[in-house]
Design a binder for this molecule. Structure first.
Ligand code: S3P
Length: 442
């Protein structure tokens, strides 16, 4: 894919459904009793992997464009799959389904592509084993052979990492456990949940007995989420908001290109996902939320962005780190591109989890920014990017959707043409990305 610099972005658009919420909608609707209609289901390849796995587990699913109809089988009503369950590139599919499969009375195998087969799974294997499932793996990685058990034992577990996938995996296993499971997030200095809470919100929406509480401890906050094992999910139609993580690419682009004005309609604005908007605003971006509303327990709104020639920072420091990282983890590649546009640049720390995403995102960002002439320093847990005049170059997606899209935006700011190797990996979360970008260019 070859990308030319852009003068501005303009237009009003509605992006596809949120990837995280879509996975959950399909899985929870399958675990419910009754029929669900899911509107605006994500068009991403990852979310297609989830539907495919659920069909192989005996769930009747019909799709008409972005509307998905699911006939629920109940939390423990899945059937032994006739083949291995291929999660493709999707960590969310693998980790959430592992939680469901741990509580079924049959054996199943979860597989994934080369990238997913390298990602750490001990973080789910250990607690699921404690709950009574038996899981075989390749040194803590996929393929995972899951010997399910029903009922599982309830668990009281402190998460070693602020991971929504691990938390969700255990909450889903908890639905098939005897008693109440309690999952504690790592200690945090901020009172917002330390990882996205779509699972908690949607499970509650569907009638699960789920409670969130904060305990003040050791000079910080500890969040505990409990779920009752005898909860039943009752099917209810679901509407998925547009994906704020996909929106972030256009928000950064429009913020930095003078004379831009875009409106992104119906974007999911769950506070555990919007740290990116706060960060961009604090560094001078002109972002406004209009028509704030709530659907299916999730905050949504229209996001208006206006471009400025010079971004004047109001932030106290040019360092982003600590507990806020979990709330913008997927936006760090595009934040790195933004960093090269702002006075004094930006340092990101405490983000070592980026090394075990779809690619080593710290290495990928550093390598590509350097190829584009940016001043970058790499740390084990992050990087520092100085304000830089980007130059067109050949960059690599490293097979990672967010790297492909982040550098398509970097290309808009650069002098000369940029070529992205492996740009098609954008389809993992946002197949329409390049077409949408072309439609906004002026
Ligand atoms: C996700 C959680 C995050 C995020 C991923 C989607 C989810 O991963 O990076 O893209 O839908 O729960 P972790 O939970 O591993 O941090």
């Amino acid at each position: 894919m070859k990308i030319q610099p852009a003068a501005s972005l303009n237009g009003v658009i509605r992006l596809p459904g949120d990837k995280s919420i879509s996975h959950r909608a399909a899985i929870f609707a399958s675990m419910a009793t009754g029929k669900t209609r899911i509107e605006n289901y994500a068009t991403s390849a990852d979310c297609a992997s989830t539907l495919n796995c659920l069909r192989n587990l005996g769930v009747e699913i019909r799709q008409e464009d972005s509307t998905v109809f699911v006939k629920g089988v109940g939390a423990d009503g899945f059937t032994k799959p006739p083949r291995e369950l291929d999660c493709g590139n999707s960590g969310t599919t693998m980790r959430l389904l592992a939680g469901v499969l741990a509580g079924q009375n049959f054996d199943s195998v979860l597989t994934g592509d080369a990238s997913l087969s390298k990602r750490p799974m001990r973080r789910i294997i250990e607690p699921l084993t404690e709950m009574g499932a038996r899981i075989e793996s390749e040194n803590g990685c996929a393929p995972l052979k899951i010997h399910g058990a029903n009922p599982l034992q309830a668990i009281s577990y402190k998460l070693p990492v602020a991971s929504a996938q691990v938390k969700s995996c255990l909450l889903l296993a908890g639905l098939n456990a005897k008693g109440k499971s309690r999952i504690r997030n790592p200690k945090s200095q901020i009172e917002t949940p330390t990882s996205r809470n779509h699972t908690e919100l949607m499970l509650r929406y569907l009638g699960a007995e789920i409670e969130e509480s904060y305990i003040e401890a050791e000079g910080g906050f500890v969040q505990e989420i409990s779920v009752a094992g005898n909860s039943t999910l009752v099917a209810k139609d679901l509407k998925v908001p547009s994906d704020v993580s996909s929106a972030a690419f256009f928000i950064v682009a429009a913020s930095c290109l003078e004379n831009s004005e875009i409106v992104l309609e119906n974007v999911g604005l769950n506070p555990t996902r919007t740290a990116i908007l706060d960060a961009l605003q604090s560094f001078g971006a002109d972002i406004e939320v209009l028509n704030r509303n709530e659907i299916c327990n999730e905050v949504v709104g229209d996001v208006r962005v206006r471009g400025r020639k010079i971004l004047v920072s109001k932030a106290a420091s040019n360092l982003i780190g600590g507990d806020i990282i979990a709330n913008l983890i997927d936006e760090i590649p595009i934040l790195a591109v933004f960093a090269a546009q702002i006075e004094n640049g930006l340092e990101i720390r405490g983000a070592a989890e980026l090394r075990v995403k779809e690619s080593d995102r710290i290495a990928a960002v550093v390598e590509n920014l350097r190829r584009m002439n940016a001043a970058v320093e790499e740390f084990p847990d992050g990087f520092r990017v100085g304000k830089s005049s980007l130059k067109g170059a050949t960059v690599d997606s490293f097979g990672d959707h967010r790297i492909a899209m982040a550098f398509a935006i970097a290309a808009l700011f650069a002098e000369g043409e940029t070529e992205i190797i492996g740009a098609e990996s954008a389809g993992v979360s946002f197949p329409e990305f390049f077409q949408t970008l072309a439609g906004l260019r002026r």
